[in-house]
Design a binder for this molecule. Structure first.
Ligand SMILES: *[C@@H]1O[C@H](CO)[C@@H](O)[C@H](O)[C@H]1NC(C)=O
Ligand SMILES: *[C@@H]1O[C@H](CO)[C@@H](O)[C@H](O)[C@H]1NC(C)=O
Ligand SMILES: *[C@@H]1O[C@H](CO)[C@@H](O)[C@H](O)[C@H]1NC(C)=O
Length: 593
């Protein structure tokens, strides 16, 4: 009895000492150790095969290659979605976009109008918001594409500032062909589908019958129909005409500073803005998300890069992005911040293979050995570059082929910033640091789920005891860039019939032996065929049980253009246009007055 209580007293004492030391250490930590900075760079529509460090021998990307040489190169890095809006929503929140309602439930999975009411819901927690709460200076420079307003033209409910970014300089929407004169229109394809011919023939025959006295069509009806058709056509033309002004504008903070934006030198201006942000905040922890407007079409490149690559304007644009990455790295070096900054380079999804300019120039990127590209869940649509650089913390020159996701940055940033993960929701990403540092050998992503809009398209399974990476596709797009069928006419592949083919049993591949998804396995070539599929199906139903119903941000009501949400820097009779932005603080002040 006595002995026991003495021992327990000793125990208590010991625990107390340990706890006290622990407390001192823990509470001392935030004050003494400086928190790391984050520079996260995302290129738009860049293909994994476009970079030297991923095997391209003819397109020069020395600055990005150097980050890969001196950091970790991920060769199995997966974007959470094959389209920009959902992929970016997942990147910022660490969650599959279906959890935030940021997936199309009909055909459209991206926003086309700045006056749509959908966007990343305020209830979602972004890494920027958490970093800000942890005392970080936060900035988004470049593309957002996650919504703007809800109720009026300036409530900014979905604006980057509502999601934790103190500073914003960039575009709310994406760069589109329609943003720049001479590049054609993505709406042209929609226009083609309006059956003008059938309507004209119908009207002409009606008129003929009417005048021959076979039938009598009241004049009012004819007039009404004509006016209606005229209005539809007029509206369409007006939309095409006003598109750049209404949707392609540049904001600094809450202000529109250039409407429409001028793409020439835009990346240079954004790079300057990023450098200024780094200089301003070199004394405190910061998080910079540099989200390049390039290399999405309409392609552009500054004069000093034009004609510099062997791959036309596309190659020039990639070179300009690489230059910009070099400028950012030089600045970190100059400010002596390299040892305390985590740098990440990626793309939002695979390259957009259908992109050919109206003059026939190839404007698409390259997905390397991977099949297909953007908007598909073939590997070419979601296998993206993933480079992480942090000298002294992350080993140099290491290549990791374990499955990882762009959602992994969320928990990684939170952990490094000293915040705990939200406990009230599912987080699908896993902190990458232990894997990067070699503390663990296996990725925590045993299963990954791949959505095409709101439809579950494919599953990936990396079993704990094996090198295999199984991938099952429940449907595949009818996508043939070589003969420009299906997707070409719609510009982006849809996830519904007749644009897809269902597979039962699903198409099964082992990516560890067939990364190009060239030959689906069969019961003859793979003895475990059915047991593998069974395990994957069980994982799917488990995953589906974890989904909670949320408002769909891509419902028709959230997608359509709502005039009262239209942001406009001038009066309407000036057609929402504003002079170009002046970058130096002084002239910017003058312009604002
Ligand atoms: C390099 O990238 C360009 C542009 O996407 C592509 O056309 C070319 O085929 C690639 N070259 C190699 C050798 O991978
Ligand atoms: C872009 O920059 C170059 C030189 O850096 C300059 O000559 C050119 O005028 C600029 N273009 C625009 C549209 O400002
Ligand atoms: C397009 O190519 C695919 C495969 O290369 C083929 O199966 C399909 O029939 C072709 N479609 C047309 C319209 O030529």
């Amino acid at each position: 009895m006595y002995l026991l209580s003495k021992r327990s007293m000793l125990c208590t004492c010991f625990t107390w000492i340990i706890c006290t030391i622990g407390l001192i250490l823990c509470s001392a930590n935030p004050d003494t150790a400086t928190k790391p900075n984050f520079v996260l760079m995302m290129v738009d529509d860049l293909g994994i095969g476009d970079l030297g460090c991923y095997g391209n021998t003819s397109l020069r990307t020395p600055h990005i290659d150097r980050l890969a040489q001196e950091g970790v190169k991920l060769t199995h890095h997966i974007a959470a979605a094959p389209l920009c809006t959902p992929s970016r929503a997942a990147f910022l929140t660490g969650r599959y976009p279906i959890r935030s309602g940021m997936v199309g439930n009909g055909r459209m999975g991206v926003y086309l109008f700045s006056a749509s009411s959908g966007g990343l819901p305020r209830e979602e927690i972004t890494f920027a918001r958490v970093a800000k709460e942890q005392g970080y200076a936060t900035a988004l420079i470049g593309k957002w594409h996650l919504g703007l307003n809800c109720e009026d033209s300036a409530d900014h409910c979905h604006h980057p500032s509502s999601h934790g970014f103190d500073h914003f300089y960039g575009t709310i929407m994406t760069n589109l062909r329609d943003c720049q004169p001479g590049h054609g229109s993505v709406f042209h394809h929609a226009h083609v589908h309006i059956p003008y011919k059938a309507i004209s023939i119908g009207l002409a025959s009606l008129a003929l019958l009417h005048f021959k006295g076979v039938i009598t069509v009241p004049r009012k009806v004819v007039l009404g129909v004509l006016v209606l058709i005229g209005m539809v056509m007029g509206f369409f033309q007006l939309m095409l005409y006003t598109f750049p002004n209404l949707n392609c504008f540049l904001m600094r903070g809450a202000d529109i500073v250039e409407q429409p934006f001028i793409s020439e030198n835009l990346t240079q201006r954004m790079t300057n803005e990023a450098i200024e942000f780094l200089e301003r905040n070199s004394e405190r922890p910061f998080l910079l998300f540099f989200s390049f407007i390039q290399v999405h079409t309409a392609l552009f490149a500054s004069p000093r890069f034009r004609g510099q690559s062997q791959h036309g304007l596309y190659g020039d644009a990639v070179m300009e992005v690489d230059w910009s990455v070099g400028q950012i790295m030089q600045t970190l070096e100059r400010l002596k911040l390299k040892e305390n900054t985590l740098v990440y380079v990626t793309s939002d999804q695979g390259p957009h293979l259908e992109e050919i300019s109206i003059h026939g120039e190839v404007h698409r990127g390259f997905s390397g050995i991977y099949r297909a590209g953007k908007s598909t869940n073939w590997e070419g649509g979601i296998r993206v570059p993933g480079i992480l650089y942090w000298p002294g913390v992350i080993p140099a020159g290491k290549v990791i082929d374990e499955p990882t996701s762009n959602m992994d940055l969320f928990p990684m940033v939170l952990n490094l910033a000293g915040a705990s993960l939200p406990s009230d929701r599912d987080i699908d990403g896993h902190d990458l640091l232990p894997l990067l540092q070699g503390k663990v050998k296996r990725s925590e992503h045993e299963f990954m789920f791949h959505y095409c809009n709101a439809n579950l398209n494919a599953v990936r399974w990396h079993p704990a005891d094996s090198t295999a990476v199984w991938k099952a596709l429940f449907f595949t797009p009818n996508f043939y860039p070589e003969n420009s069928s299906a997707c070409f006419h719609t510009h982006i592949c849809f996830c519904v019939e007749p644009f897809i083919t269902h597979h039962d049993p699903p198409l099964l591949f082992d990516l560890s032996s067939d990364p190009s998804e060239s030959t689906p396995l069969t019961t003859d070539t793979e003895p475990k065929f059915f047991s593998v599929l069974e395990t994957m199906r069980a994982a799917v139903s488990h995953h589906k049980q974890s989904l909670k119903p949320v408002p769909m941000q891509f419902s028709s009501g959230n997608l359509i253009w709502k005039p009262w949400l239209q942001p406009c820097c001038s009066s309407l009779n000036q057609l929402c246009s504003c002079e170009r932005d002046y970058q130096t603080g002084k002239s910017h002040e003058i312009q604002r007055e």
